[in-house]
Each structure stands twice: as structure tokens, then as C-alpha cells.
Design a protein around this ligand. Structure first.
Ligand SMILES: [Zn+2]
Length: 432
């Protein structure tokens, strides 16, 4: 179906307005997650939005609408008549926002028909959006569109409430307009993605799909089917603690000194986040704490290639061995913990899943831009568990901070892409 045909359908439904209205209403609900919390979901306030979404899906007439105790909203859009044999496709988005910046009392501002002017956000005038700043050049793509920002004192929450609003509007469009053919669709709104627990408490049986897509990507046209593979590492240095005044010469081993030199031995020039990009991985120490008796250093290890990731672990092990040999009376240990794996290892053999995503983007009138993610998504974990789940753009920029922005028109293109994708999958009988 052509983009124009979609537009006609949506004009009937006035979905363009409801998409923006939905987005503006969702971002006002405080849903910040909390990595230090042990509850599920990590913050009870996420239920405020989850319940709203449950109600909305029910009101729209979706089937099987469920809100689980662990904070997942699930629903079904039944297949069009005759397309029951098509694979079931799930669309996912997360309701929580990043704890990196305040998500309380978000007051979105719509700058209609933005003309490229410098924007000073009213509640924190140090927050300035300037398309002439080379770091913010992407703002030029918003010229002529309806630009949405926060008021400067909070993040906006386009990550990922744009995805939630887009998926909800897709559901509305497909349920109201029987002329758009599609197979059975599932919808899943998740909590706690920003703290890495997004799919911890939902099973593949509950999701109930053959293939899935997260609508949790970035700028217009960006598609992701490769992510990092990720491990955590913890090094513990136990020194030999003696009274500094009475210590026999060379008897003391100061854990702070050993840990500092161990960190200094890492090749920061080519293996750290600040010196790498695209497909280059890194070893990133992010916590170092303790005292002269015992130090603990925590790392994240990241690479798109599992062998290179393993080599990062080996590097830390070899460093620890060398420091252990130099300080035989100290005790130096390293523990590597697997986190998630690059979804590309599974998706590179499942061409149709990626190809239809690209084709749907083209059908929506957008040029696809395939980018490897320098991080993970909920899809990384789902794909590893057995549900292939690449990621689709929502149109958002500058996530996790007060200068986050998105445009109405780019969200609409994401909506067009999801509808086109549902239509393309409706013509298929298997995912391979
Ligand atoms: Zn996100």
C-alpha cells in the first residue's frame, strides 16, 4: 500500500492528531525507573501509565488485553479475514524513562512549523537548542516540522513514549480501518528497559509471537539489527594491610596502588568509550571503590563480535595474572559475568525479518539507514531467548537529557512504517 493510501486512511481517522495527543499525554506521566530498587517493576508509578494503556487498548477494542502483576501490558489485534496463517508479529515499546534525568512534571512544548530558530527552554534557560551548533546539526532536519521539546527542567520522554504512542495509534488505525490487511499482531508495553530489566519478567509464551520489533530507535529511518554483545567484569584486589608506620619495608601491599596501576595498564587510547565508535568495542571501568586493604573495580565490556568480547575478558585476566605475579602476597581476582549478546548473530541468517523492516520503511517513503547499536535493546535479550526482535526508529533525538526532541512528522513516518510492516507480514506464511 502506498504512503498516500495510508495518509487517506489516517485522514479519515484523524490519527495524526491522536498520535500527537497520545504522545503529549504519555510524556506527562512520571515513569522514571530506578536501578537501585528491588521491586518489580522498579517503581510503582510506572503502573500509572501501564493502567492507562490497558484501558486505552480495551476502549479501542483490542483483544486479550492484559496487565500482568510484573508490569507488562499485552494485547492482540486479530488477523484480517483470510490472513490467519501469517506469522504473528509483536510490537514492543517501554514505558519507563531513564533515571539519568528528571521525568517528574514533564511539560512538553510543541514548536509548530519550526523555522530553525535558536530555542531557549523556558524552565532552564541554560538549555539551548541551536541548529548552528555543530553538535546539534540534526535540528536542521526538524525545520518545517512540528518540533516537540521539554521545558528544559526534565527530559522529554520520547524514549520511549514515542514508541508507545506510535504502536497505540497503529492499533487504533488497524482496528478501525478493515481495509488494511495484516496478520495477527501482538502488542507489548514493558517497564524498566532503561535499567536493563525490560524483559526479565515476561515469557515468550506471554508475548506469543513468531517475530517482534521494538519501536525504540532513534532518528528518522534508523533501523537496528545489530547490537553490542556485553559482559560485566569485577576485579577485586586484596592487599596486605599493615600499620604504615611500623610496616616492615616491602611488607605492605597497598590495594589502591595496585588497582590504580592496573587501570593505567589498560589501552585507553583504543579500547575505551571515549576513543571508539561504530564497530569498535571497549573496556570501560565505571566504579572503583575501597581502601588500601581492598579495592573493587567494576567494568563493562562491549563489542559487536563475541570473540573480541571474549578477548577483552582475557585481557583483564592476563593483567590480573601479571599483577598477581608481581605481588605474590596480595590476592587479585577477576570475575566475568555475561550480560547480553549481539542480536545480529541470529538475525544475519533471518533475512526476511530484516528485509521486510527495510521494505516497510521504503514503503513509508523513508530512506532506511541501518546502524549497529552501541548498546543493547530489549530485542537483544528477546532474540537470544528465541524471539527475533530488531529495532525501528521513532524519530527521537538526544535521549536521556533535557534537550531531547522529536517531531510529529517523524513519529508519523514511524507509524507508517509499522503499518506497512504489518501489511507486508500479512502476505507471508513463515518467518524464513
Ligand atoms: Zn528506549
Amino acid at each position: 500500500m502506498s504512503t498516500l493510501a495510508f495518509r487517506e486512511h489516517r485522514n479519515i481517522l484523524n490519527a495524526m492528531n491522536t498520535l500527537l495527543e497520545r504522545f503529549l499525554s504519555y510524556v506527562r506521566v512520571d515513569t522514571t525507573s530506578d536501578a537501585t530498587s528491588k521491586t518489580v517493576p522498579s517503581t510503582a508509578k510506572q503502573f500509572n501509565l501501564l493502567k492507562q494503556l490497558q484501558q486505552e487498548l480495551t476502549d479501542l477494542g483490542a483483544a486479550d488485553v492484559t496487565l500482568t502483576e510484573t508490569g507488562y501490558v499485552l494485547a492482540t489485534v486479530p488477523a484480517s479475514a483470510g490472513l490467519e496463517a501469517a506469522p504473528t508479529v509483536c510490537f514492543l515499546a517501554h514505558v519507563d524513562t531513564s533515571p539519568a534525568y528528571s521525568g517528574t512534571d514533564v511539560t512538553p512544548i510543541v514548536h509548530e512549523n519550526y523555522q530553525g530558530q535558536v530555542l531557549i527552554l523556558p524552565k532552564d534557560t541554560t538549555q539551548i537548542l541551536d541548529p548552528n551548533d555543530p553538535m546539534q546539526a540534526e535540528l536542521k532536519t526538524a525545520i518545517g516540522k512540528d518540533l516537540i521539546t521539554s521545558s528544559g527542567d526534565t527530559l522529554l520522554g520520547a524514549d520511549n513514549k514515542a514508541g508507545v504512542a506510535i504502536i497505540m495509534t497503529m492499533v487504533e488505525t488497524l482496528l478501525n480501518d478493515g481495509s488494511i490487511p495484516h496478520g495477527k499482531l501482538r502488542v507489548c508495553f514493558t517497564p524498566d528497559e532503561e535499567i536493563g530489566r525490560g524483559v526479565d519478567h515476561v515469557s515468550l509464551e506471554e508475548i506469543g509471537a513468531d517475530v517482534a520489533y521494538t519501536a525504540d530507535g532513534g532518528p528518522l529511518g534508523d533501523l537496528n539489527w545489530e547490537t553490542f554483545s556485553a559482559d560485566g567484569a569485577t576485579i577485586i584486589v586484596e592487599g596486605v594491610s599493615t600499620h604504615p608506620g611500623t610496616a616492615q619495608k616491602y611488607g605492605m601491599v597497598n590495594a589502591i596502588q595496585v588497582a590504580s596501576r592496573l587501570i593505567s595498564a589498560l589501552p585507553v587510547e583504543w579500547l575505551s568509550p571515549e576513543t571508539t565508535d561504530v564497530y569498535q568495542g571497549f573496556v570501560h571501568p565505571y566504579i572503583m571503590q575501597g581502601n588500601s586493604a581492598k579495592m573493587e573495580i567494576k567494568f563493562i565490556l562491549r563489542d559487536h563480535d563475541n570473540d573480541k568480547l571474549a578477548a577483552q575478558g582475557t585481557l583483564l585476566e592476563k593483567l590480573c595474572d601479571a599483577f598477581q605475579a608481581a605481588h605474590p602476597t596480595a590476592k587479585i581476582s577477576v570475575r566475568i559475568t555475561p550480560q547480553y549478546r549481539n542480536m545480529g548473530y541470529w538475525l544475519r541468517d533471518q533475512k526476511k525479518i530484516v528485509d521486510l523492516m527495510k521494505q516497510a520503511t521504503i514503503n513509508a517513503g523513508v530512506e532506511p539507514c541501518i546502524k549497529p547499536v552501541r548498546g543493547g535493546t530489549d530485542g537483544s535479550r528477546l532474540t537470544e531467548k528465541g524471539l527475533p526482535t530488531p529495532n525501528i526508529f521513532t524519530g527521537g533525538h538526544n535521549y536521556h537529557g533535557p534537550q531531547e526532541w522529536i517531531t510529529r512528522q517523524d513519529m508519523e513516518k514511524s507509524l507508517d512504517t509499522l503499518i506497512a510492516l504489518a501489511t507486508l507480514w500479512g502476505q507471508e506464511t513463515s518467518i524464513n
